[in-house]
Design a protein around this ligand. Structure first.
Ligand SMILES: Cc1cc2nc3c(=O)[nH]c(=O)nc-3n(C[C@H](O)[C@H](O)[C@H](O)COP(=O)(O)O)c2cc1C
Length: 219
């Protein structure tokens, strides 16, 4: 759909678009197997544009996207991941430990683009509206922005993998960033090797998706 935005002429999202939107939601995956091919800067800009369109508490826009390019810093992140993953593995036993150890839980080696995504919890933007009552809504806003980027990436055929097996303080130091920034996500971005309708963790029998009905309540 091509459309030049204007307040007086809002777009109509027709049935075809609605169906495609749901296809996009179904086909979004957390990706951990990437082709090394670079991503065009114009496509990366589109992803960041999508990220910046997200809702945020009080219009605070607390997200900060740090593109990690320096090979030394990337090596440091890989080491932090390895250490944290060893510690995480120690919490499992028996067959579950064997399965955990066999999972690929990051694509840090092959993904051509890395973003460390932060929440600036010291921002004055938004004047505390909403976040003075619920400070965690600043982090929720960053998550909303990541989700926008994740979906926009899928629309462009680009995969995103969210890595959280990282010590946030160690990552902050490795990237030399302000102490008031809290790590929300470390994202690996690149073209996926495969497309799937089901999560990798479901295919690998780590976990199964629950019945959506079990998550809906009426009071
Ligand atoms: C907040 C968050 C943190 C995540 N951290 C990791 C991670 O550290 N390693 C990993 O392999 N997957 C991670 N994932 C991906 C999930 O495992 C994945 O989203 C889930 O299995 C469902 O798969 P799908 O995204 O393909 O639907 C994370 C996802 C979210 C939302």
């Amino acid at each position: 759909m091509t459309h030049t935005p204007s307040d007086s002429d809002p777009p109509v999202f027709d049935q075809t678009f609605q169906d495609q939107l749901f296809e996009l939601l179904r086909w979004r995956r957390d990706v951990r197997h990437f082709r090394p091919d670079p991503i065009a800067p114009s496509d990366l800009n589109r992803l960041l544009e999508a990220a910046m369109l997200a809702p945020s508490v009080g219009l605070s826009q607390p997200w900060r996207y740090v593109q990690v390019q320096d090979p030394k810093r990337r090596r440091a992140i890989r080491e932090i991941f390895k250490q944290c993953n060893r510690e995480a593995l120690a919490a499992y036993h028996g067959e579950q430990a064997r399965l955990y150890a066999s999972l690929k839980l990051a694509g840090l080696e092959d993904a051509p683009v890395h973003y460390a995504v932060y929440c600036d919890v010291s921002t004055d933007q938004g004047h505390g509206l909403g976040s003075q009552t619920m400070p965690e809504t600043l982090q929720y806003s960053v998550v909303a922005s990541i989700q926008n980027l994740w979906l926009a990436a899928r629309a462009l055929g680009i995969g995103v993998g969210w890595v959280s097996i990282l010590d946030p303080q160690a990552v902050l130091a490795a990237l030399d960033l302000p102490a008031t920034w809290e790590l929300t996500a470390y994202l690996c971005v690149g073209y996926p090797i495969e497309a799937h309708l089901d999560p990798e963790l479901e295919r690998r029998k780590w976990e199964a998706r629950a019945d959506p009905g079990s998550m809906l309540l009426i009071r």
